[in-house]
Design a protein around this ligand. Structure first.
Ligand SMILES: Nc1ncnc2c1ncn2[C@@H]1O[C@H](COP(=O)(O)OP(=O)(O)OP(=O)(O)O)[C@@H](O)[C@H]1O
Length: 594
């Protein structure tokens, strides 16, 4: 079970981000150098203005106009040239980092154990990948580019001013401590609220995702209005949080600008007074008025950066919480016998398990499947049948007891080898959006077309795939929606045929398909079970009757085991289940287990 992670602070999120950017230090350094170069060039123009006002004009040096003007123009041209290169470098840097971070996040997510996904919503995960990653990256980009150049510009301008005229400079710099304090207060206030706004975005996306995936249910229950209310409630929450953030920004940004402008007015008044007194030249005052722009412009830029950083750090915390989650599965720890060498003898010995501490699911169950046997597990819904499979695939580990494979404790075997030795056919016959071929290749990535068609024939699926206009290259749609239920099931079986694993875990579909498809599926299943150890969550009477041994699960305990005829004699609970099945579903051949 997982312990609650330590909440991450802005500083620690920033430290992690800088550590991450270290991998891209060359391009980051180039970007910084370009930004600094661009910043340096801005000081040429105020100097040229002073040259004009204090020397060229009073001394009537018309000959210098071209030279001075040319110098100013050259500085501007250089600056814009650097800007062009910088923008190109920024884009490369930005996209490289986003791709890198997104890739790491996706890899990490795929390696997190199933238990992690039990507590996440798809919308939240999507938001992290699609929104939080670029926002996280902006912390670096804006932090380095905007933040550091703005700071540099403030410091250099302050020094230039102090060297030129200490008195004037101090006057101009007077409001800066207040501006800094304002920024600090704003950051403290906004930080938790930016996190809350991100969470509200996630919740909204989660609702939207549910609506899209459940659109058939929504339509069939005419629940459009109900979903709309749920969506609007999530949307409203996001609106409130964003409005609160923007209200703070609406107050903060102009207040800080006002402080800056007050400094400007102060400079104009005091500078003019000193000019009137003859203590200063008009050229110096004009130079300062321009320099003030160079001081306050980056300060207002910093306010924007502050806003981006706060929201980016909120995103970074969410991204790093996943990247640093310690539950990552190590697929390769443990013994790794050749999958082909696995014989497929399975034993559960007194296994107990619960997903949540307060709700035990399996209570000391023991079962055995000899090599190439078909073992059926039957029981009411919620009795723990799928959980047995999840433990065998090591999606979860039992709290007590042991599972053995070929006489080896399961936890001593590498998860990769174990899972390579399993063909797990789930009830829903999940297909990925893509082509028939892509879906099949999941079973064996190096399979050629002959192997694919062979598997399709074994799964009684070749006929319908042949009839698809694009054959193996036909798109199956999201979750396979472009195919019928029976076709999806047969493709899932073909995938298992291709994998040709020594152990089959088959969760039989409960949804009935037409009689012809059902027969095709049953034939395919019989072929699939041959020559491998099969554990079947059985819903079909034909499977049950032909199983070598049946385990009857009731509220997480094994009530009885044996063959069908034996259990009819010895287990009243089983007899009752079977009687109901024969009565109700003799036509379809499905056992009623609900
Ligand atoms: N990921 C999970 N987290 C918490 N509880 C779970 C989880 N998966 C299943 N459960 C609970 O464990 C119990 C057993 O579930 P399981 O899916 O193994 O039953 P089952 O016999 O396969 O049911 P069905 O025939 O309906 O598929 C149920 O009470 C279920 O609510």
């Amino acid at each position: 079970m997982t312990s609650a992670p330590e909440p991450m602070t802005n500083t620690s999120a920033l430290r992690r981000l800088l550590g991450f950017a270290r991998g891209h230090w060359r391009i980051a350094l180039l970007q910084l150098a370009l930004a600094v170069g661009g910043t340096g060039l801005i000081y040429v123009f105020p100097g040229v203005v002073r040259w004009f006002v204090d020397e060229i004009i009073p001394q009537r040096r018309g000959d210098l106009i071209w030279r001075a003007g040319g110098l100013a123009l050259l500085a501007f041209a250089l600056r814009e040239g650097l800007f062009y290169v910088r923008t190109r470098v920024n884009c490369t840097f930005e996209q490289r980092m986003i791709t890198d971070l997104r890739g790491r996040l996706h890899r990490k997510m795929a390696r997190l154990p199933l238990g992690w996904f039990d507590h996440q919503s798809t919308g939240d995960i999507l938001t992290k990948l699609a929104d939080d990653v670029p926002a996280t990256q902006r912390v670096i980009l804006e932090g380095i580019e905007q933040g550091s150049t703005a700071l540099l510009q403030i410091v250099v301008t302050a020094i230039v001013m102090l060297v030129a005229d200490m008195k004037l400079a101090l006057l101009v710099l007077a409001p800066t401590p207040f501006i800094a304090a304002g920024g600090w207060i704003y950051s403290r206030w906004v930080s938790p609220r930016a996190t809350a706004a991100r969470e509200a975005t996630s919740a909204l996306n989660a609702t939207l995702h549910d609506t899209i995936t459940g659109i058939r249910q929504i339509k069939s229950y005419t629940a459009e209005e109900m979903r709309q209310w749920k969506f609007l409630a999530a949307s409203q929450r996001l609106q409130e949080r964003q409005t609160r953030l923007m209200a703070a920004w609406a107050f903060y940004a102009p207040s800080m600008t006002l402080l800056g402008n007050a400094g400007l007015v102060l400079l104009l008044m005091a500078g003019s007074w000193w000019c009137v007194q003859g203590a200063m030249t008009a050229g110096r005052l004009m130079e300062f008025l321009l320099l003030v722009g160079f001081l306050y412009e980056p300060i207002s830029r910093l306010h924007g950066v502050n806003q981006t950083l706060l929201s980016g750090l909120a995103a970074a915390k969410r991204v790093f919480a996943i990247l640093e989650d310690e539950q990552e599965e190590d697929l390769d720890a443990g013994a790794a016998p050749e999958p082909a060498a696995i014989r497929g003898e399975i034993s559960f010995e007194n296994v107990s398990f619960s997903y949540r501490a307060d709700k035990p699911v399996l209570h000391g169950i023991s079962l055995h499947a000899a090599r190439h046997q078909t073992v059926a597990i039957v029981g009411a819904t919620g009795s723990g049948k799928s959980t047995v499979f999840q433990l065998l695939a090591r999606f979860y580990d039992p709290q007590s007891g042991r599972i053995w494979l070929d006489g080896q404790p399961l936890e001593k075997m590498s998860k990769r080898t174990l899972r390579q030795a399993l063909a797990y056919v789930t009830q829903e016959a999940f297909l990925f959006a893509g082509t028939v071929r892509e879906n099949l290749l999941l079973g064996r990535p190096d399979a050629d077309d002959d192997a694919l068609w062979h598997a399709l024939r074994e799964a009684s699926a070749a006929d319908f795939v042949q009839r698809l206009p694009e054959g193996l290259d036909a798109e199956v749609g999201e979750r396979g929606v472009l195919l019928s239920g029976g076709e999806r099931q047969r493709l899932a079986l073909a995938r298992a045929f291709l994998k040709d694993a020594p152990i089959l875990l088959l969760d039989e579909a409960t949804s009935a398909v037409d009689v012809k498809s059902e027969r095709l599926i049953q034939d395919a299943l019989a072929r699939l079970r041959a020559n491998r150890t099969s554990l079947v969550i059985a819903h079909r009477l034909s499977t049950i009757v032909s199983a070598d041994v049946i385990y009857v699960l009731h509220h997480g305990r094994i009530l009885a085991h044996g063959r069908h005829e034996e259990l009819l004699q010895t287990c009243p609970y089983y007899r009752e289940m079977a009687a109901l099945a024969f009565e109700g579903d003799a036509d379809t051949g499905f056992l009623k287990t609900a």
